[in-house]
Design a protein around this ligand. Structure first.
Ligand code: SF4
Length: 353
């Protein structure tokens, strides 16, 4: 492979004058690095920043996080999505508390063994905190390297990941791993962005074949394009005498242990008239129980990695107390804010309650 020293130097020079000031930069506290990396895996920096600050204020160290109840952790995560990551953070914090006496392990393998930490996060923590020589290869790094070296190897295969990791390691050379990793990630995040990067003002414009051949938008290459499926959710905001009802998700899906209104799920849209005519309601309410029914929000779209959700919220008043199954709880409506909920519920609560 060609000499890569000039790439390393240009990246570090660029980083020194272009890096953003962020609260998790300039720290070598592995706990804070870990929290920031997990939050940033699922959100843009601007939004992630607010969550990070709130999270660290409430859970300033690994022990505080480990000692908290899972539901409180989920409440602080509310709105970020990918709730399994919050559950894994909590479980891993308990492992650090119980198996490592509350002190973050300092070697790559032990960090990698913590729940919810993959190769990417383990490399980020160990290189930023202790300057261990593990290249961090995130979406930003894949994009930049694939364009700069015109790499046709798909990034979503084991072979591709290995290839890119080895290449990043070679470019890292002998410079500080923490500094190098931050520089290459920041370069992909700010300069070599997914669409229409400013190639004319890029320090690599004279050496970048993707730019030279006008094929920037063809890179990186992916093998499996994600197929998405539609799912229609019909939420019933059931009201009676100042009380409402919440269902708690117990399945192993992304919304496990979050609360939501009782619902009906369908892979096809159900027209309002059809829903009413056929009494397609949660099993514990019947048509005779219903005093009034109103469609409040219709087909609110929410995009997940493999699903596109369309949520409809239906407000229902009951004329008598229903008998509820043990998956549903009855709460005072004014207390609803205390429960961890997902984005769609949050949207409804903010706009309608
Ligand atoms: S020239 Fe364009 S495509 Fe190439 S590295 Fe720079 S920003 Fe990325």
């Amino acid at each position: 492979m060609e000499n890569t020293e000039f790439i390393t130097k240009k990246l570090i020079d660029w980083y020194k004058s272009n890096q953003r000031t962020l609260p998790w930069r300039g720290t070598n506290n592995p706990y804070k690095i870990w929290i920031s990396e997990i939050i940033l895996q699922q959100t843009r920096v601007v939004q992630g920043l607010e969550y990070y600050i709130r999270f660290i204020e409430r859970f300033p160290d690994v022990k505080t996080l480990a000692d908290a109840e899972e539901q409180e952790v989920l409440k602080y995560w509310q709105g970020l999505g990918y709730y399994s990551r919050a559950r894994n953070l909590h479980a891993a914090a308990r492992t650090v508390r119980d198996q490592y006496a509350g002190k973050f392990p300092e070697d790559y393998e032990s960090v990698l063994n913590l729940k919810g930490i993959g190769e990417y996060t383990a490399a980020a923590i160990t290189s930023f905190a202790w300057d261990l020589p593990y290249p961090v290869v995130d979406g930003n790094v894949f994009r930049f390297l694939s364009r700069l070296f015109l790499i046709d190897e798909p990034i979503d295969t084991q072979k591709g990941k290995k290839y890119f990791t080895a290449l990043a390691g070679q470019i890292m050379g002998n410079v500080s791993p923490g500094l190098f990793n931050q520089a290459i990630m920041e370069f992909g995040a700010l300069q070599c962005i997914p669409s229409s990067p400013d190639c004319m003002n890029c320090p690599f414009c004279d050496n970048c074949p993707a730019y030279g051949k006008r094929v920037v938008s063809d890179y990186p290459v992916k093998k499996n394009k994600t197929k998405t499926k539609d799912l229609y959710l019909y939420y019933f905001h059931i009201r009676r005498n100042g009380f409402t009802y919440l269902y708690i998700r117990k399945d192993k899906g992304i919304w496990q242990n979050l609360f939501e209104f009782p619902l009906i799920e369908s892979e096809k849209a159900i027209e309002p008239e059809v829903l009413i005519k056929n009494a397609i309601f949660p099993e514990f309410i019947s048509a005779e129980n219903i005093d009034s029914l109103r469609f409040v929000v219709q087909n609110r779209k929410h995009v997940l990695s493999h699903r596109i959700l369309y949520a409809t919220f239906i407000e229902v008043s009951l004329n008598e107390e229903p008998e509820i199954p043990n998956t549903v709880i009855r709460i005072k409506e004014k207390d609803i804010e205390q429960y961890p909920v997902h984005r769609l519920m949050e949207y409804y609560m903010k706009t309608q309650l």
